[in-house]
Design a binder for this molecule. Structure first.
Ligand code: PRT
Ligand code: ZN
Length: 285
């Protein structure tokens, strides 16, 4: 039977979360993973452990069928692959940063400057699009020290909390790209592999929808149920069950994590009591 080959980062920021997402989908991996490749024991996939930089090329060539990596790397490598799903982790941005004492008005600042980066393609495209003529100095790592040692005037690098820039006396002045971990796919999957991929994506979506939502239970006077249903629409509509105490009901529904605190305040105002909230493991819409 054919197996879907999935490339993930061997060791780095994406490794653990990539493995976790598969585990949350109920995919079992053998103990003592060899860290080169391994096959799941209960699902037709094989995992290849690679450097993230190499994943787009391997997927383009069909050595791997799909891969998990940061969007920044996908756009930089510019291979013929399709981004098919966003995964919501490893969020970061690719930004331009300059010495903190420099005054910054607009992109013109970068004309005739040297900018150090590990993302020469994305940076050059951005500069061309904005008619800025700067020289792009490609370096492999520790980009943030380039201005301090006189290698460049500015940098273009990945920023997450911003603390690396701060400790190197730099300030972020433009964001070029927002990035998160994504799944890329080869454009020539066989029908059999396409079918496995669809099953995998279905599971990943169920896990992601579940973690974006909470299960909520509350008690409310019957007179408030109509208004509460308006702010807690649930998956179809909330479940309302009578309580032993007359003229009170118990209401069960689903609420988005993002809206949660806002909604709780409204529920309390409407007279809801005994509000219980719990995580959802899987959610099939
Ligand atoms: O060895 P391999 O080539 O596989 O790994 P790598 O060293 O190229 O990548 P790795 O593991 O460092 O990062 C993998 C992916 O994680 C990146 O391609 C991004 O998509 C994503 N990601 C998310 C980050 C960060 N956050 C991040 N903060 N990648 C790098 N950083 C670095 C950044 O380069 C800078 O040095 O962290 C520093 C900035 O962080 P803050 O929090 O100080 O702003
Ligand atoms: Zn890398």
């Amino acid at each position: 039977m054919s197996k879907l080959k999935i490339a993930i980062q061997k060791s780095g920021r994406l490794s653990e979360k990539s493995i976790n997402i598969l585990k949350e989908c109920g995919i079992k991996l053998p103990n003592g993973i060899s860290k080169l490749k391994t096959a799941a024991t209960n699902f037709p996939i094989e995992i290849l452990f690679l450097r993230d930089d190499d994943i787009p090329q391997y997927v383009e060539q069909g050595v791997a069928d799909i891969g998990i990596l940061g969007e920044n790397e996908v756009y930089e490598k510019n291979k013929k692959v399709a981004v098919i799903e966003k995964l919501g982790f490893a969020n970061c941005r690719l930004s331009l940063a300059i010495p903190k004492e420099d005054q910054y008005l607009n992109l013109e600042y970068f004309n005739n400057k040297r900018i150090a980066t590990s993302y020469p393609k994305i940076l050059s495209d951005f500069l061309n699009k904005n008619n800025i003529s700067a020289s792009v100095e490609e370096i492999g790592g520790s980009v943030e020290i380039a201005p301090g040692i006189g290698l460049a005037d500015a940098i273009c690098d990945i920023v997450s909390s911003g603390s690396t820039l701060l400790t190197n006396g730099l300030k972020e002045v433009e964001t070029i790209l927002q990035s998160e971990a994504v799944i890329i796919s080869s454009k020539n999957l066989t029908e059999a592999k396409e079918a496995i991929l669809n099953q995998l994506l279905f599971r990943i979506k169920s896990v992601r929808d579940a973690s974006a939502n909470k299960y909520i239970l509350l008690n409310a006077p019957n007179s408030a149920i109509k208004d509460i249903c308006k702010i807690l629409p649930g998956m179809k509509s909330p479940t309302v069950l009578p309580l032993a105490e007359e003229s009170w009901s118990s209401l069960h529904s689903v609420v988005r994590e993002d809206d949660f605190w806002n909604i709780i305040a409204q529920l309390k105002n409407l007279g809801a009591q005994g509000i219980l909230v719990s995580p959802i493991e899987k959610m099939i819409l």
